[in-house]
Write a protein that binds this ligand. Structure first.
Ligand SMILES: CC(=O)SCCNC(=O)CCNC(=O)[C@H](O)C(C)(C)COP(=O)(O)OP(=O)(O)OC[C@H]1O[C@@H](n2cnc3c(N)ncnc32)[C@H](O)[C@@H]1OP(=O)(O)O
Ligand SMILES: O=C([O-])CC(=O)C(=O)O
Length: 501
């Protein structure tokens, strides 16, 4: 008698449409594309979820890949080569095997001007040098690199003009990706490729483009901030697009970024910071940009940069793709979402308390439950790889702890700290999140907020200035090592079912 193999039986179970779905698809009067799509969704969704539920634990044929991984964002699948950093799910990020504390102790810092803040931080230039070479740079090497970046920092006119003409309503991250894409006009790699250079020479041009891009990011970012939020209207309708501070060739990248934002004593000092506060803000940028530079290869921004670069698109186009991935709320945009969430919660609970900010933990918990029950995530919590509090979160908190006035004077900061004590237990009780602890995005925006950068939608742009460090250093290595175009195989549900083992 004809008998089905186990594979065929499985295939039949998952491919026979349920009678009611069959009927409803027949009955619908399909008149346009969207309606047609709508009519096929229920059966296809039901089948997908059934396969996901029942076959996730199985492997695809004789391969090690689990079906859960194919259908679930390739979580924990080892399929990318990345040298500069690796996440240990309990220890957090290790840069060439070194913890954040070790990097802070070993990487060069830039001493503050005397009379100002005594606490200094590692600088992004040193982190970039370390990520790219695996070697700890000397102070002199860093001074030289800072100078080189400062000399390349000025934007070409066409980039400035394009940024000046973008609508202020355009999200700062979209502006950032546009400006980076425009710089493809400068690409030495694209020009050299057009001429036809040997593969062994690719990396040198990718290196030059990378340095040029990293150098220009602070001015792009400062311009986006001023164009979007701080434009001065003069003479009625004439707009002043100039930045409140310039690039100082003797200074490091973070100082120059702060200067162009107008946050130093030497610039317009737009928020009226004291000398110590503006030194601290520069140090905040140094720490933040160094810390956020790399988080192994699988995160969306790093992976997008690597993927697009694998087609031999130049570093500008590749990193612009990375920026677009960073702009998603489950990734870098969480930096803005956290502060928005905290401010909205504060407003709602203050209102509920008839104008008093002395609301209770019980009220906070109930607010969090309402938020979760409405199907939304709590921004700044959870992680795809980490299974403990993000050590970058701890490092940012340590920055704040070393400056006691932050805690003494800033209720928003204190609310973020309070949430970090309350949310993990709520998420554990909620029972879905694999990591209920705060990630790096919980801590960063609120510190920028503290120094007067209150425009929440801007925070991820600062992330974008940083994230260039790791993915672009890996891109240089991709070309040194001649890595091929990335092209994994995709499979449809029928094939998955047929091959489930
Ligand atoms: C720099 C960075 O990118 S750090 C991450 C920044 N992003 C955020 O802070 C946004 C909030 N966090 C999240 O959405 C997630 O934790 C992510 C995107 C970071 C990781 O996603 P995943 O690896 O899929 O997490 P995980 O496996 O724990 O998810 C399981 C379930 O818990 C839910 N979950 C995860 N984190 C949270 C959270 N913070 N709040 C509520 N629910 C959550 C997921 O949405 C998922 O629900 P589902 O089964 O209904 O789809
Ligand atoms: O690693 C991730 O998936 C997200 C993250 O924290 C980062 O990219 O910094």
């Amino acid at each position: 008698m004809f008998s089905l193999t186990r594979q065929q039986a499985l295939h039949r179970v998952y491919t026979t449409p349920s009678p009611c779905l069959y009927v409803s698809a027949h009955r619908s009067l399909v008149t346009d594309l969207k309606a047609t799509l709508k009519s096929v969704i229920p059966a296809r969704r039901e089948r997908f979820l059934k396969v996901k539920k029942e076959l996730s634990g199985k492997t695809f044929g004789d391969e090690k890949t689990s079906i859960g991984s194919i259908l679930g964002g390739m979580r924990s699948q080892k399929s990318l080569y990345w040298e500069s950093s690796m996440i240990d799910m309990d220890k957090g990020i290790l840069f060439h095997g070194k913890t954040i504390e070790e990097c802070q102790a070993e990487l060069p810092q830039i001493p503050s001007i005397s009379g100002s803040s005594e606490i200094n931080e590692m600088v992004p230039e040193a982190m970039f040098w370390f990520l790219l070479t695996g070697k700890i740079p000397t102070q002199d090497q860093i001074t030289g690199l800072s100078r080189e970046l400062a000399e390349l920092g000025e934007l070409p006119d066409y980039v400035k003009k394009t940024l000046d003409n973008l609508p202020a309503t355009l999200h700062p991250m979209s502006q950032l990706s546009i400006a980076i894409t425009l710089l493809n006009n400068e690409s030495k790699f694209a020009r050299a490729y057009e001429k036809g250079i040997p593969k062994a020479e690719y990396w040198e041009h990718v290196y030059d483009d990378t340095i040029n891009l990293i150098a220009k990011l602070p001015q792009i970012a400062a311009k986006i901030y001023h164009n979007t939020y701080k434009l001065n209207r003069i003479n009625g309708d004439k707009l002043d697009y100039s930045l409140p501070g310039k690039i100082d060739l003797t200074k490091d990248l973070s100082y120059n970024y702060a200067n162009m934002l107008g946050m130093t004593q030497e610039s317009a000092n737009i928020n009226g910071l004291t000398e110590v506060q503006s030194q601290d803000f520069v140090n905040l940028l140094r720490l933040y940009i160094a810390l956020h530079g790399d988080h192994e290869g699988g995160n969306v921004s790093a992976h997008s940069t690597h993927l697009v670069g694998s087609s031999l698109a130049d570093p500008y186009l590749s990193y612009s793709a990375g920026i677009q991935g960073l702009a998603g709320p489950l990734h870098g945009l969480a930096a803005q979402e956290v502060v928005r969430f905290v401010l909205e919660m504060n407003e709602a609970l203050t209102k509920e308390n008839n104008g008093s900010t002395q609301y209770t933990n019980k009220q906070i918990k109930s607010y969090l439950w309402n938020h979760l029950n409405s199907g939304r995530v709590i921004p700044g919590y959870g992680h795809a790889v980490l299974r403990k509090a993000d050590p970058r979160f701890d490092a940012m908190m340590a920055f704040a702890a070393a400056r006691p006035t932050i805690k003494e004077q800033d209720p928003t900061f204190n609310l973020v700290v309070k949430l970090s004590e309350i949310v993990p237990d709520i998420l554990k009780e909620h029972g879905k999140t694999k990591n209920p602890y705060p990630n790096v995005d919980s801590s960063s925006g609120v510190l920028f907020h503290h120094y007067g950068i209150k425009e929440t939608l801007y925070y991820t742009v600062i992330f974008g200035v940083s994230r260039a460090l790791g993915p672009l250093s890996q891109l240089i290595w991709d070309r040194i090592l001649g890595l091929p175009i990335e092209r994994p195989k995709s499979v449809n549900l029928d094939t998955i079912i047929k091959n489930a083992k």
